[in-house]
Design a protein. Structure first.
Length: 622
């Protein structure tokens, strides 16, 4: 599916040409019809001689409505640059041509309109003027044809030329992430809210859940229409009207983008490659205020030049845009910058949602160049350079690649050791990968965290897994995969829910060895009713228990391991002989008090040695 867009100076016959070709008057506003002047975007469609059905966007030519023009030309495949035969190239002709060049519209037809108003000699002069104007732009060498909307001279030939341009134009790619930059929002009685735009990057279906950004408004597609016909599926590249449920027209506006939920993240900060238009009479300056245009969006912002102080006309620079409002764009999208009077420049967005860069910083400039012109594998490696684990699909999205292209490039990166797969199965879009440098960074951070933990808590057998996960700033699944990798290569060891360095073994520092010995002697003085002067700190107590020197049966009640063994054996022997035992009997058995017996019996219950029946204990079955 394709979209054709007009461009050209005011009153050069763009709308008349569209109406002559399609039979549809693109001027829909009452004021436009009264003044004979296109103010906002107009829309039509036609079937070409080849049988192709194409959408047409008619844009205003007056300098006051350039912002509306920009909202319409972002999604076109072929431009019709309309120049009146009796006036030739005019100021808005040059500005519209510069915009088409900045947006890299590669296919077009130069239409010399109002052919019926000039003689052959005048027409030849106009054609020479036009050829000179388009030289050095993306429309250089485009076919030129003279037409008349009144006499219809040249119209059949124009349709054939459009077909020829489309023969060499690739169809709009379906990248599985549909975007509809909204250029109109209105209400239809009986249907509700409708938005229109040129659909790119994917298809939409009736019934799908969608999101409108910025704003994160959720809705569902109630109906779809293209070229006046209701459809169940709208393909990319066609003018599309979407009937939305659950949203009011007051919530929506030009510049918003309709997309699948979660596929776009609005941002105010962009890295860009910027080219100043050649006909500017001044250089662009660092920190200038500008108006940013991309798709149907128009947002004020500030231009930060990264590699120079000023940008002369016709030259290029790396820059960052700090916008006053969020926009829903992707790297690779085209944009245009204006001020209140002029089109200043434009180019491609290189990265979105970026941090502020140091100016004249060579590594930053090299990374930007790689993002723009690097190979698929290089762009993918750059997308993973932050060291965060990511699925193949996520990495592809960051690098603005199709998932299948990312899989092929990942094979190259895996083979070269630049990227590591954290999942063992065959590589798919859901596989989790990480840069080799990122994995090494996690390894160093994990080892450092465990070293610190073992130093601070030498008696503990390891660090809880959850504590280490927080130290590494990882989500649960990526953490599990990274930890498995570190365990398999011997960097760490696991014991249940604890992680440790392989060489770590709990040990008593010299200062605590004497305290441990004194505590154990205190327990042995009265083994069944020990009353040490003080219970050691929790770590030392846990260490002695782990080493098998003591058994804790309750808060503040600790027996030596030997005393506990003796008491347990005697209680079990009594139960086997008599069938049951009471707390009083156990107390008399060992000559101690309820303070020791009750936690002991509850401990035996918890160890599934005994179970309580009323006021007695019996051996647990089995």
């Amino acid at each position: 599916m394709y979209t054709i867009g007009t461009a050209g100076h005011v009153d050069h016959g763009k709308s008349a040409l569209v109406q002559a070709l399609t039979g549809i008057d693109p001027d829909r506003l009452r004021e436009e019809k009264e003044r004979g002047l296109t103010i906002d975007l107009g829309f039509a469609w036609l079937t070409l001689p080849s049988g192709r059905e194409v959408s047409i966007v008619d844009v205003p030519g007056h300098e006051r409505f350039i912002r509306n023009m920009l909202a319409g030309v972002g999604g076109i495949d072929v431009a019709l640059l309309v120049i009146a035969a009796d006036e030739g190239v005019m100021p808005q002709t040059r500005e519209h041509l510069a915009i088409l060049d900045l947006l890299q519209v590669q296919r077009g037809v130069i239409v010399i309109s109002k052919r019926d108003l000039v003689d052959e000699e005048w027409l030849l002069m106009t054609q020479a003027d036009v050829a000179e104007a388009v030289a050095g732009t993306t429309l250089a060498g485009a076919p030129i044809i003279a037409c008349s909307a009144i006499t219809r001279e040249g119209l059949p030939e124009l349709l054939d030329l459009i077909d020829q341009q489309l023969d060499v134009s690739p169809p709009r790619a379906d990248r599985g992430r549909p975007r509809l930059p909204i250029d109109r929002a209105f209400t239809i009685a009986g249907f509700g809210t409708v938005v229109t735009g040129t659909l790119i990057d994917g298809s939409l279906k009736v019934g799908q859940e969608v999101e409108v950004l910025p704003g994160g408004l959720r809705s569902r597609i109630r109906g779809l229409e293209t070229h006046g016909q209701r459809v169940e599926v709208a393909p990319p590249g066609r003018r599309t009207a979407v009937n939305l449920s659950g949203l009011e027209v007051e919530q929506l506006g030009r510049g918003m983008v309709l997309a699948w939920p979660g596929t776009l993240r609005p941002t105010k900060n962009l890295d860009v490659r910027l080219r100043a238009v050649p006909h500017l009479t001044r250089a662009l300056r660092h920190n200038s205020e500008v108006s940013f245009h991309s798709g149907a969006a128009e947002v004020p912002g500030r231009l930060l030049l990264l590699d120079r102080e000023t940008l002369p006309p016709g030259q290029e620079a790396w820059a960052q845009l700090r916008l006053a409002e969020e926009v829903a764009v992707l790297s690779g999208d085209h944009y245009v910058l204006r001020d209140p009077n002029d089109t200043l420049g434009g180019g491609r967005i290189v990265a979105v949602d970026v941090r502020r860069h140091r100016r004249f910083h060579e590594p930053t400039l090299q990374a930007l160049a790689l993002r723009q012109g690097g190979s698929t594998a290089e762009r993918l490696a750059l997308a993973l350079e932050d060291g965060e684990p990511a699925s193949v699909a996520q990495a592809a999205k960051r690098a603005q690649l199709a998932p299948d292209g990312a899989l092929e490039a990942l094979g190259e990166l895996l083979g070269g050791g630049e990227v590591v797969s954290l999942t063992s199965e065959a590589l798919t879009e859901e596989s989790i990968v990480i840069s080799a440098a990122g994995l090494e960074q996690r390894r160093r951070r994990a080892i450092e965290a465990l070293q610190i933990h073992h130093s601070e808590f030498p008696l503990r057998p390891g660090m809880p897994r959850e504590d280490l996960r927080r130290r590494l700033s990882l989500e649960p699944r990526p953490f599990d995969l990274v930890l498995t990798r570190l365990r398999d290569d011997g960097s760490v060891a696991e014991s249940g829910l604890l992680v440790r360095l392989p060489e770590h073994a709990p040990s008593l520092p010299p200062g605590q060895e004497e305290a441990a010995r004194a505590f154990l002697l205190a327990l042995q003085r009265n083994p069944y009713a020990p009353a040490p002067a003080a219970i050691p700190e929790p770590d030392l107590l846990a260490y002695l228990e782990e080493r098998g020197d003591i058994v804790r049966v309750g808060d503040g009640v600790v027996f030596s391991a030997e005393a506990y063994r003796q008491m347990r054996e005697r209680i079990v022997a009594h139960l086997r002989s008599h069938g049951s035992v009471t707390l009083a009997q156990v107390r008399d058995m060992f000559g101690n008090s309820r303070k020791y017996v009750q936690p002991l019996l509850e401990h035996l219950d918890a160890q599934r040695v005994t179970r309580r029946v009323g006021d007695e204990r019996v051996l647990r079955d089995g």
